[in-house]
Design a binder for this molecule. Sequence first.
Ligand SMILES: Cc1cc2nc3c(=O)[nH]c(=O)nc-3n(C[C@H](O)[C@H](O)[C@H](O)COP(=O)(O)OP(=O)(O)OC[C@H]3O[C@@H](n4cnc5c(N)ncnc54)[C@H](O)[C@@H]3O)c2cc1C
Ligand code: SF4
Length: 330
Amino acid sequence: MELLPPFHVATPGSIAAAVAAGQDHAASRFIAGGTDLMVNLRHGIGDPATLIDLRGIPELRHVSAEPDGLVIGAAVTLAELAEHPAVASRYPAIATAAAAVGAPAHRAAGTVGGNLCLDTRCIFYNRSAWWREANGFCLKYQGDTCHVAPTGKRCHAAFSGDLAPALLVHAAEIDIAGPGGVRRQPLAELYAEDGAAHLSLAPGEFLVRVVVAADPWPASYAKARARGAIDFPLAGVAVALRRSGEEVDGLRVALTGTNARPFLLAGTDALLGAPVSPAWLDRLGRLVQKQVSPMRTTLLAAQYRRRVAAALAQRLAATLGGLDAVGRAA
Ligand SMILES: Cc1cc2nc3c(=O)[nH]c(=O)nc-3n(C[C@H](O)[C@H](O)[C@H](O)COP(=O)(O)OP(=O)(O)OC[C@H]3O[C@@H](n4cnc5c(N)ncnc54)[C@H](O)[C@@H]3O)c2cc1C
Ligand code: SF4
């Protein structure tokens, strides 16, 4: 790792002051726990003159269960989120995803906003500056060729945050602050399928809070990773499944770790109106395999990640749908 480049730290105490700091310092980056950004800076990725620390803004530090939904401040830490009584009891997928991030020290410092705005990852990118330079850099930063898909024109680095899918299956919305004020939008619209520009935030904009509906469907989250104690997801899946009697009448599946963005699986409506059965799970697995597009961005084979994503979705849906792990009625 390199020495950290010199930078100035701004510590705004309000949303308005953070917006103003973003305008005053053109070459600035927002920072929260720093568990992703500082590693990148030590790798020579980015050279911001100013870091704007969002953790001193009181509105960003709370989780509250309101009548119309759960409100999660962007600077709430993952440990606080996982342990919050309302989250642990009513939103187990969110608590599980937060508790599955890295190691305890990452969860004590890492925040909801930092996790949702995490940089994308690739074995040709998360490297020291000298390693990347020796390899001619790459399309995502400082170079012009993608080593994963050399004939292509876009970056396939994978978004690997754990929290996004668990929030997506609860139809989460986010508040974004910036020079134009505060606006609300679906979380899904934050992301684009381009590893070099996967966030739709305009310059000077930052995440203020996440809002999740008050009447959550039953949901769970699971991830596959190389090292169980501490690792990014090779594939992470959240499933929310609502039943009316035996039939599935609501289904959302969201994925992370396989594409440049976390995304909601399309076409799940075709699985409504039927009970979860082995044949139903086969159809779900095929839908997942069709829509994920893992590339050679991790040490594990893309085909493994494709298959494990489908298997995780099937396993979660089976349990939520009342079947045991081998597809019998539980
Ligand atoms: C060894 C190791 C293992 C890890 N394992 C995992 C893992 O298993 N799963 C996982 O999901 N992550 C993992 N991480 C990544 C990281 O620790 C977490 O994702 C953490 O939640 C990032 O949050 P942060 O507050 O530290 O982000 P920061 O590092 O502060 O910021 C990350 C990015 O988000 C931006 N940002 C921060 N807050 C905001 C905001 N409110 N609005 C807009 N932009 C913002 C920053 O500008 C930066 O680009 C790991 C990291 C390490 C070093
Ligand atoms: S996918 Fe290609 S462009 Fe993107 S980080 Fe990896 S090598 Fe670079």
